[in-house]
Structures are given as C-alpha cells and as structure tokens.
Design a binder for this molecule. Structure first.
Ligand code: PXP
Length: 246
C-alpha cells in the first residue's frame, strides 16, 4: 500500500480574479480556509516578481491565517529570499520565472546554477523551511537537486497534461513513463517527490497512482471548476479521484 498522498491547493487565481477588477474580493485567504475545510493538506501561493496575482500582503495573511502548511512558490531571487525568511512558510518551492510567460513553463535549471542554489537552499533550510525544486524529470536535474541540498523535488506535469488535451496519447504515455522513472529515481536519492502543473479531473489519476509521489499541487483547474461546482466540491472530487487512483 503506497503512502497516502497530500493535496496542496494553489490559490493564485483567486487573486487573479480579484486583481482583474481592482476590488478587495475574492479573498485568497478565504479561499485557502475553505480549501482547508474541504480537506486540502496544504496551500500553495506563488508570489511572482510582477505581483500579477498574489501580493506581499496575501503571503503575510496566509501565513497568519492558516493551520495547514503554507508552500511559498517563488523564483530563487534575493528579493524572494528576504520575503520568505521574514514570512517563514512551512516550505518554499523554487521555480523558474520569466516575466513574459503566462504560467511556469518549464522546470528550474538546477544543474547549471548549482553553486548559487546550494547557498540559497542552505539559507532557507537553516531557517527551518523545507525547500522543493520544481524540475522536469531529467535525471541530471534530479541529481543536482539532491546535490544542492533540497529535501523535495516537484516534478512538472504540464507537458503530460498538454499532450493529453492535444490528443497525442502515445507521447503522453511516454511522458508519464518518464515521470514514473523520475519519481523512482528521486526517491532512490532520498528526495521526497511532489508533482503538479496543469492537473485536472481527467489527468490526475495516473499521476496520483505513482507510488513515490507524496503530494500534488493543483490550482488553475480547481479555481476554474469552482465556477461550476463551488471550490469545496471541486476539491472533494479531486481528492476522491486521487484516493481512488492510490
Ligand atoms: N506547482 C508549481 C511549482 C507551479 O508553478 C504551479 C503553477 O503555479 C502549480 C503546481 C499548479 O499548477 P496549476 O495551477 O496548473 O494547477
């Protein structure tokens, strides 16, 4: 029987909706508390350099207002390190960031930035923050994540989901095989394995079934589905699909 799998709910796009009109609502903290009540085991929020959705005040409110762990997604910059060290979230997930991208398009290149990231991860870890690297399934990136001292890797499932929705099923299945191999390899190096990006009701089960994966982080689809089902029911359905796959 594999370990249970946690669901982290990413509430960034509640802030996207708020910022679209410059209003005070909808509140990311209110969504996070509802997610907590619906059975989420963690909340993820990405403070981007351009503050297009989550803002500094949201991070502080989330940290103060939640009982479940807060996962602070951020680019590995000096500014973000300062904010993370002041906020002290449970975990930080380090992601690449390009200003012009619509969403986080690829994994972090840990291997070519290893010396700097070793210091960066060390400073966060010393403050008691778990550090996760958001990477592709490339073995070199997995090895580099272990080498820089990260405790966790989060495998990028975006390409798998895109291939599914483009109907390219043979390629999707190869991508899933690579995610499975990556998860097993990461675990063999002592890393905890998470996964996320682009997951939906249709695509979650095969990823949730990978036994080494301990946590999925899901955002955009759940917030979108909340329009139709409500956030609570969307989370309950996602959890049920994850549990069945396990
Ligand atoms: N995990 C990481 C590291 C991410 O960057 C994102 C997107 O912010 C997610 C999970 C969630 O992706 P989605 O919003 O597509 O579910």
């Amino acid at each position: 029987m594999p370990h249970p799998i946690r669901l982290g709910v990413n509430i960034d796009h509640v802030a996207t909706l708020r910022n679209a009109r410059g209003t005070a609502y909808p509140s990311p903290l209110r969504a996070a508390k509802l997610a907590e009540a619906a059975g989420a085991q963690g909340i993820t929020a990405h403070l981007r350099e351009d503050r297009r959705h989550i803002r500094d005040a949201d991070m502080a409110e989330l940290k103060a207002g939640l009982r479940i762990p807060l996962n602070f997604e951020m680019a590995p910059t000096d500014e973000m390190a300062r904010i993370a060290l002041a906020t002290r979230p449970h975990a930080c997930c380090l992601v690449p960031e390009r200003r012009e991208e619509v969403t986080t398009e690829g994994g972090l290149d840990v291997a070519t930035d290893a010396a700097r990231l070793t210091d960066y991860v060390g400073a966060l870890a010393q403050a008691g923050i778990r550090v996760s690297m958001f990477i592709g399934h490339d073995p070199a990136q997995i090895e580099a994540s272990a080498a820089v001292g990260a405790q966790v890797v989060e495998l990028h499932t975006g390409r798998y989901c895109d291939l599914h929705y483009e109907g390219r099923f043979a390629e999707r299945d190869l991508e899933l095989d690579a995610l499975r191999a990556g998860a097993a390899y990461a675990r063999s190096l002592g890393l905890e394995v998470h996964a996320g990006h682009g997951l939906t009701f249709e695509t979650v089960a095969p990823v949730a079934a990978i036994p080494e994966i301990r946590e999925l982080n899901i955002g955009h689809f759940l917030i979108a589905e909340a329009v139709f089902l409500g956030l609570k029911d969307a989370i309950i359905q996602m959890r049920a699909l994850m549990d069945t796959a396990r």
